[in-house]
Design a protein around this ligand. Structure first.
Ligand code: G3H
Length: 541
């Protein structure tokens, strides 16, 4: 049972938090990185309120763990000017640097941030309520992503380290940077998803303005010096504050060449329109999703339930890839719901650092109330909460609610709940969930659970043309990071994976010459004397 009182009792007194997980003190960040220097901001700041509450003599209180700068337009434009200067129309040191040298800078960065793991993990727990295990995973996955990116770039460069001759024309084709990239990651993977665009953008020779998400800002503070010391000045610049204040001046300058944004389609569209020539700006977008699971009558229900719980409730359902709508064949619905409710009851609510914890406090202000509205709306339209204590809430906690039977009149049918509410809808005819996927505004992934190969095959073929990944007997997920991560409709623009990201942040450009003696001699001279970083046959080992 997880009554509100029991949930409230999970918020500990400070003395009960193991010293290794306690905040060592407030982090009142004033520094931001522009043009290779840490500047100090003396203007307004925003208080960082942790989703973690503590029991105090005054009652249960959300902890204030620090603050960060609310920069204004002037500072945003200073960051832009620094990035534009460092790029210098593609003539800057960074965009013209040999690939092997850029790799060395990124390796240096990796070396410097590795021992920040403890600080970043602790801040992930306190700022967004991610469990210790998942916070460690986020850090380690990010480090691995950077390593894999370096290897992928070496491969890419090796393939470009040669000339081709076609129709009497000699050519050397490489990928060149695009310019200034504005990187904005999401709060649920503030480190990992930011770095999956920031690092490829950088390593391809672009210069970057990086704005952390609204929640999950302070965890980047321990990395600031590494950015400053590992890259030439102006190559990485950080801006903090209100998106509505900072982003419009950046965009309306027309000097942002790539927008790398993970968030909602609504915000992405607003930002894109602020660019005076949107066609000049490449967009790499990870947006909304409402991934469905389809449980067929012959599904292995133990397996389906295990994967659906993982899919719907990992990090409290706050993943773009989360399963946000479950369709279950009527013939197995009762059994599925019984098992699902049982599995949800096994999940442990608690503080992010508690051993084996699954359900943790939610970081977005007002989120438990929004989850409760979804539940109330579904109940009004005829659904019931079928798991014990489903929807119980206290302060920042919301205990997962399984709702059944969900139908098209309910908000949960279409809206992305991005939280611990699991809508389940029965179906008799497979055409019903397939139509749901077809009519959805989103097109990221789907999961199908079943054991009949004929049936699965018949579903795979239409569904791959609706979404970008069909998972068989498995939850939806992004990883492994070498797999393409994309979406159709309102879910994404561009494909990200370790190797795809390198392509997304670069454009193919070539040097060509008719294969005449004069040109052959000229090119040979340049290559032998290493006078160009582009025209080169150097092989990175
Ligand atoms: O929030 C969206 C993330 O890209 C999901 O990644 O499936 O590995 O949790 P994940």
């Amino acid at each position: 049972m997880a009554s509100p009182d029991k949930l409230a009792a999970l918020f500990p007194e400070e003395s009960a938090v193991s010293p290794q997980f306690r905040m060592p003190g407030r982090i009142d960040q004033r520094e931001y990185l522009v043009d290779g220097e840490e500047r100090v901001w003396n203007g307004p700041t925003r208080e960082v309120l942790s989703p973690v509450c503590l029991t105090t003599p005054r009652g249960i209180e959300q902890q204030k763990i620090g603050s960060y700068p609310l920069l204004d337009e002037k500072e945003a434009l200073a960051a832009l000017a620094a990035a534009v200067r460092a790029y210098d129309n593609g003539r800057g040191r960074w965009p013209t640097m040999a690939v092997a040298d850029r790799i060395r800078h990124v390796e240096d960065f990796l070396f410097r941030i590795k021992d920040k793991r403890g600080d970043v993990v602790r801040l992930l727990m306190w700022e967004i309520g991610k469990s210790l295990k998942d916070s460690e995973k986020e850090f380690d996955r990010t480090i691995e992503y950077v390593r894999d990116t370096i290897d992928a770039l070496k491969d890419l460069d090796r393939a470009s380290s040669r000339f081709t001759i076609q129709q009497g024309i000699i050519g050397q084709i490489r990928r060149a940077p695009l310019g200034v990239v504005l990187c904005m990651g999401p709060f649920n993977y503030p480190l990992n998803e930011t770095f999956t665009t920031l690092i490829p953008a950088l390593i391809m020779g672009n210069t970057v303005i990086f704005k952390p998400p609204k929640l999950g800002v302070l965890l980047h503070r321990p990395l600031l010096e590494a950015f400053r010391d590992s890259f030439p000045r102006g190559v990485v610049n950080t801006v903090y504050g209100e998106g509505q204040t900072i982003v419009p001046p950046l965009m309306s300058s027309g000097q942002i060449n790539v927008l790398a944004f993970i968030g909602t389609a609504r915000v992405a569209n607003t930002i894109r329109k602020q660019h005076p020539k949107p066609h000049r700006m490449r967009c790499v977008l990870g947006l909304d999703a409402k991934n469905a699971a389809i449980v067929l009558p012959d599904a292995d229900l133990d397996l389906a339930v295990r994967e659906c719980v993982l899919g719907a409730l990992s990090f409290n359902g706050q993943r773009c890839t989360a399963l946000k709508m479950l369709f279950v064949h009527t013939s197995v619905a009762a059994d599925f719901l019984r098992r699902l409710s049982g599995a949800v009851a096994q999940l442990k609510p608690g503080m992010p650092w508690d051993d084996g914890v699954n359900i943790t406090p939610l970081p977005e202000p007002g989120k438990p109330a929004r989850m409760a509205e979804y539940v109330a709306d579904a109940q009004r339209e005829g659904a019931a909460v079928v798991n014990e204590s489903g929807g119980a809430a206290s302060h920042t906690f919301f205990y997962p609610a399984v709702l059944y039977p969900v139908n098209a009149r309910m908000r949960l049918w279409r809206e992305e709940q991005f939280g611990p509410v699991i809508p389940v809808a029965p179906f008799d005819d497979i055409a019903e969930p397939v139509r749901y996927v077809e009519e959805s505004d989103y097109g990221q992934q789907v999961s199908i659970f079943g054991t009949d190969p004929e049936h699965i095959a018949r579903l795979v073929d239409p569904l791959v043309n609706q979404v970008c990944r069909v998972n068989i007997n498995s939850q939806c997920q992004r990883g492994p990071d070498t797999f393409p991560f994309a979406g159709r409709k309102d879910s994404a623009e561009g494909t990200l994976s370790v190797s795809d990201a390198l392509r997304v942040f670069a454009i193919r450009t070539l040097v060509a010459a008719k294969a005449e003696e004069v040109n052959k001699k000229l090119i040979t001279h340049i290559v032998r004397n290493h006078t160009s970083n582009f025209l080169s046959t150097d092989f990175i080992f």
